[in-house]
Ligand binder design. Structure first.
Ligand code: ACO
Length: 175
């Protein structure tokens, strides 16, 4: 197997690599790495992976990078991570946790897990599980008193395998 050499220039990451649990990353299949989203990840197929989840309107790289920068400019709020195939240098899975600061619960913070997607060719290899474990670790280690997410009925069993329990009901109003 040909493994890509480390990039000449360090990647420009959304948050520090140290926030990703090494206990989780060591369980990844060989040839895959988990790291924070980087400002150059548009080229590595970030939108292609997200398209397994829902409609992605691709507005081009400049818009993608501006969005990345605006998320990172809000400190300690957005944590998007990716799993990358070292041979192809393509993203094969992604997910995000973002922090909601509240006035209740002693000015507590809630972690919201969002936009989990694993490339179809890689599903069933426990990458989704590793993403959820890593995002939950970030949430708990940055002081969130709970971590929550919304999903459809089909994914309940997956999230139960990740240690989550069904609670309450989501309501939505689309603009
Ligand atoms: N129903 C029942 N069990 C499931 C399902 C399912 N739909 N999906 C996975 N599992 C089980 C697996 O069998 C495995 O069980 P095991 O530990 O006993 O072997 C365990 O859950 C972990 O599965 P993974 O291999 O980690 O699952 P995968 O990597 O395929 O990722 C995911 C699951 C994220 C749902 C993936 O299939 C996917 O990207 N689907 C399309 C997009 C999507 O629905 N994303 C989630 C939206 S909800 C949100 O974003 C908050």
């Amino acid at each position: 197997m040909v493994v890509q050499p480390a990039p000449e220039h360090p990647l420009d990451l959304m948050f520090p690599q140290e926030l990703i649990s090494s206990e989780v990353t060591k369980e990844l299949p060989p040839g895959l790495i988990m790291r924070p989203l980087a400002s150059t990840d548009y080229k590595r197929g970030h939108f292609a992976v997200l398209s397994v989840l829902t409609v992605v309107d691709d507005l081009g790289e400049d818009a993608w990078v501006a969005h990345f920068q605006s998320m990172r400019a809000t400190p300690k709020t957005y944590y998007s991570l990716v799993i990358v195939d070292q041979v192809t240098d393509k993203i094969v899975a992604t997910g995000t946790v973002f922090m909601e600061r509240k006035f209740i619960r002693g000015l507590g913070t809630v972690g919201h897990i969002e936009d989990i997607a694993v490339d179809k060719s890689q599903q069933g290899r426990r990458l989704g599980l590793r993403i959820i474990q890593a995002l939950t670790h970030i949430s708990e280690n940055t002081g969130c008193y709970k971590t929550i997410l919304n999903c459809n009925e089909d994914n309940i069993a997956f999230y139960e395998k990740c240690g989550y329990k069904k609670k309450e009901i989501e309501m939505a109003k689309y603009a």
